[in-house]
Ligand binder design. Structure first.
Ligand SMILES: *Cc1c(COP(=O)(O)O)cnc(C)c1O
Length: 388
C-alpha cells in the first residue's frame, strides 16, 4: 500500500535547508572539515538571565497547564511596551498583540486566515521560503516581486503585473532582509502603506532582524508610519536577537482584525507557547539589553573579516548594515548552484545558493556569519585557493 501525499505538499519544493544539510553531511562523511555558513542559526548561547528565568518558571506548576491561546497577558504587555520603547508604536496588548511559537509559525499560519484559493500573495524574491510555501498550502497564488540590486533590493511596486495586483490580497515585506541583508527606511514604508490603502492589500511585515544592525543604524518598524496599523501586521521574533532559535518564541502585532484572524487559526491548530518560555521571553525583553549590543558587536567584527576577505578576492560584496548575512555575487561565469557546489566540494564551505530563495536570487550566494572570525578568515583562505 502506498500513501500518496496531498496535492498541497506535491506543490512544494523540499525545504531548502533540509536539502543543504543533506549535502553537507555527505561531504562531512568524507572527513572534510566543514565551515558551515549555511542556515541562519546563531552559534552563541542564549543569555544566562533568560535561561535562569526559564528554569525558575518551569519549577512553578502554574506553567504546566495549557497556555492561553493568544499568549500570556503579561508577555503581550511586555511586547507592547517594548514596541513603544523601541519604535514609539502604541499597541493595545489585549487586541493588537499575539504570542507565536516562533515567528515562522505565525507567518505560516497567517495565509490560512486570509487567503482563499486563487487569491494572490505578493512575495519578495529572493525570500525566506515560508512566504511562498504557506501561500501554496492555503491554496493561494504566490506572485514574486523581484528584489534587484539596482533598487536597493526593495520591491518595485509599480512593476507588479496589473492582473496579479487585481487579485492580490496580501503583500509581504521583510526588512532588514533575509537573504539580501538590505534595509528599508521610513520613506519606503510610507510608499508601501499608501500602496496598500490604494489597492486594498494586507501588509505582512517580517521584522525578525530589526535588532541586528550595525554602525549606528536603527532599523524602523513598518508600524511607525501613520495608517500602517489599518492595513498591516508585523511579525517579530526573539530567535535571532537573543539566540533563542530553539526556544520557539515570537509575536505578531498590528491591526486587531488581522491579529484576531491569525489567533482563530492558531486556536484550531496549536495551544500556544509554553508559559515558562514566555516568562523567559519577558526576561529577554525587559532586562538590560547589553547582550544585544554584545551580539551585534560580535557579528560586526565577523562581517568585516568576511567582507574584506571577499573584496580582496575581487568579489563585489557590500558590507551589510543589518542581519548576519552577506549576500555575495557569484564570480563571473558561475551560477548560484555551481558556486555553492564548488564552495562545498572544493573548500568545505557551506553556503546557500541565492536561487534557492527564489529565481531572482540567481547569481548570488548567501553566507551566514555564524562561525567565529578565525574560521571566517580560514574560509577566505580556502576561497583564495580556488583561484576564481
Ligand atoms: C529566522 C527568520 C524567521 C523565523 O524565526 P523564528 O525562529 O520562527 O521566530 C522569520 N523570518 C525570517 C526572515 C528569518 O530569517
Amino acid at each position: 500500500m502506498t500513501h500518496e501525499r496531498a496535492q498541497r505538499l506535491q506543490l512544494l519544493p523540499p525545504y531548502l535547508f533540509k536539502e543543504i544539510d543533506r549535502l553537507r553531511d555527505q561531504v562531512r562523511q568524507r572527513g572534510v572539515d566543514i565551515i558551515d555558513l549555511g542556515v541562519g542559526d546563531p552559534d552563541q548561547p542564549t543569555p544566562a538571565h533568560v535561561i535562569e528565568a526559564l528554569c525558575r518558571s518551569a519549577q512553578d506548576p502554574a506553567t504546566h497547564k495549557y497556555p492561553a491561546y493568544s499568549g500570556l497577558s503579561r508577555f503581550r504587555e511586555v511586547a507592547a511596551d517594548w514596541y513603544g520603547r523601541r519604535f514609539g508604536v502604541k499597541l493595545d496588548a489585549a487586541k493588537e498583540v499575539i504570542t507565536l511559537i516562533g515567528s515562522k509559525e505565525g507567518l505560516a499560519h497567517f495565509p490560512l486566515a486570509f487567503i482563499d484559493p486563487g487569491d494572490v500573495v505578493l512575495c519578495p524574491s529572493p525570500a525566506y521560503p515560508v512566504y511562498h510555501s504557506s501561500t501554496l498550502m492555503a491554496g493561494g497564488r504566490p506572485v514574486p516581486m523581484p528584489l534587484l540590486k539596482q533598487n536597493g533590493f526593495l520591491p518595485d511596486l509599480e512593476a507588479i503585473p496589473k492582473e496579479a495586483l487585481s487579485r492580490a490580497k496580501v503583500i509581504i515585506i521583510n526588512y532588514p532582509n533575509n537573504p539580501t541583508a538590505a534595509v528599508a527606511d521610513l520613506a519606503f514604508y510610507r510608499t508601501v502603506v499608501d500602496f496598500a490603502h490604494r489597492h486594498k492589500l494586507i501588509v505582512v511585515s517580517d521584522a525578525a532582524y530589526t535588532e541586528m544592525a550595525y554602525d549606528g543604524f536603527k532599523p524602523p518598524s513598518f508600524l511607525e508610519v501613520p495608517g500602517a496599523k489599518e492595513v498591516g501586521i508585523e511579525f517579530h521574533s526573539l530567535s535571532k536577537t537573543y539566540n533563542m532559535t530553539g526556544w520557539r518564541l515570537g509575536f505578531a502585532v498590528g491591526n486587531a482584525e488581522l491579529v484576531a484572524g491569525l489567533g482563530q487559526v492558531k486556536s484550531q491548530i496549536d495551544s500556544g507557547a509554553f508559559d515558562a518560555v514566555q516568562l523567559a521571553g519577558i526576561a529577554a525583553l525587559t532586562f538590560d539589553q547589553k547582550c544585544v549590543a554584545d551580539m551585534t558587536a560580535l557579528y560586526r567584527e565577523r562581517r568585516d573579516v568576511l567582507v574584506q576577505g571577499l573584496k580582496g578576492l575581487g568579489l563585489a560584496v557590500d558590507a551589510p548594515k543589518a542581519t548576519f548575512y552577506v549576500w555575495c555575487p557569484c564570480p563571473t561565469g558561475l551560477t548560484s548552484a555551481e558556486f555553492t557546489t564548488r564552495l562545498l566540494n572544493e573548500c568545505g564551505i557551506v553556503s546557500t545558493p541565492g536561487n534557492g530563495f527564489g529565481a531572482a536570487g540567481e547569481g548570488y550566494v548567501r553566507f551566514a556569519l555564524t562561525v567565529d572570525k578565525g574560521r571566517l578568515a580560514e574560509a577566505v583562505g580556502r576561497l583564495a585557493q580556488l583561484g576564481l
